[in-house]
Write a protein that binds this ligand. Sequence first.
Ligand code: AMP
Ligand code: GLY
Length: 431
Amino acid sequence: MEQKGRNTVKVLIVGSGGREHAIAWKTAQSSRVDKIYCAPGNAGIAQIAECVDIGAMEFEKLVSFAKEKEVDLTIIGMDDPLVGGVVDAFEKEGLRVFGPRKNAAILEGSKAFSKDLMKKYNIPTAAYETFEDAQDALAYLETAKFPIVLKADGLALGKGVLICNTLEEAKKGVQSIMLDKQFGSAGNRMVIEEFMTGREVSVLSFVDGKTIQTMTSAQDHKRAKDGDQGLNTGGMGTFSPSPFYTEEVDEFCREYIYQATVDAMAAEGRPFTGIIFFGLMLTEQGPRVLEYNARFGDPEAQVVLPRMKNDIVEVIEACIDGKLDTIDLQFEDNAAVCVVLASAGYPEKYEKGFVIEGLERFDGQDGYYVFHAGTKQTEKGIVTNGGRILGVTAKGADLKEARANAYKAADWIDFENKYLRSDIGKAIDEA
Ligand code: AMP
Ligand code: GLY
């Protein structure tokens, strides 16, 4: 498709979390963009985009909307629509869309697929077995070493991974994944894999089918409570860059993981265009892939995008056009920390509907950002409307300064039942 002039691109972003707010904020910086829509969006995104009440899984409505409004570029933020084939639905109608097709989004959509891919192409990852039958899985456990890791094959809102310390626990895990179907059809198959130890790092990348360019590294904090205690969540905070992602680690990953993954997908007839998120573990034997995601991480996007120097629309268009090799991807030489403000009780039971105070404190504050996740505009003002409410991000010259700034800014916000971890980025002190 021919490229239009500057300031004429209309963008639609699909999703409603902090990640999509960060993408929308970055898109709004683009000199090429004159209109942003978001489906369905949230109260924060509504301040920079026109939110439309279409769900991320309503492909037909999304496609009709994009046609009707003459949207030039649609960016898919979330995993579910990607795995469900939203990109194929847009492409079928000749619409430009950023994200992997269904046959490539399987990289995230099926753990068995991604493990088999890594095995076939010698990409370093934990040893594993795949099971389609619960009895076979149970029999395998009898001779296995513990701890061991059980993974539901399909998407399970980030909750389909169980680390089991004993045979008893593992048997219960197989029962709940494969027989009780705790994660629905995601548990029709499962992967059982070797337990690894080491630091975790998230590396996001832009991919155009053949070329890959990695972004700056980040680290997530998945557990609900300080000291990595409590239940797994969608992420309670992030920092970027990771001081543990050294040049040596980067070199290893470039040689054995990044391009190898993109080449493997192409060789399988599943060329990947979009974002590949590499969940890595830095083990004593070297970096290993824990998982792939087919989209930006959340809250990783909330620390990575504020540090990106490029115009995101230019990078995305280069990906779609297969010209990523012409882009000089650059990040600021600083650091960012994101502290998630959640509702007490998250990720289990929590209340909604409390007025959020202090959002205006971020206006005009360079290097401070408040990305909305679970918020809603009401007559009373913006209120809490989910488990994760806001991501408060701050930059600093280094990680320590960024962390101090992020915690200072987290204090600007107040709402009933506000909950946050107090140790986001604590690992920085050990670096
Ligand atoms: P995943 O959704 O595959 O990233 O798994 C969620 C979390 O489970 C990861 O971030 C790790 O903390 C942990 N995990 C996954 N696989 C392993 C493994 N093989 N060994 C140790 N921890 C793991
Ligand atoms: N923060 C982890 C994820 O987005 O999957």
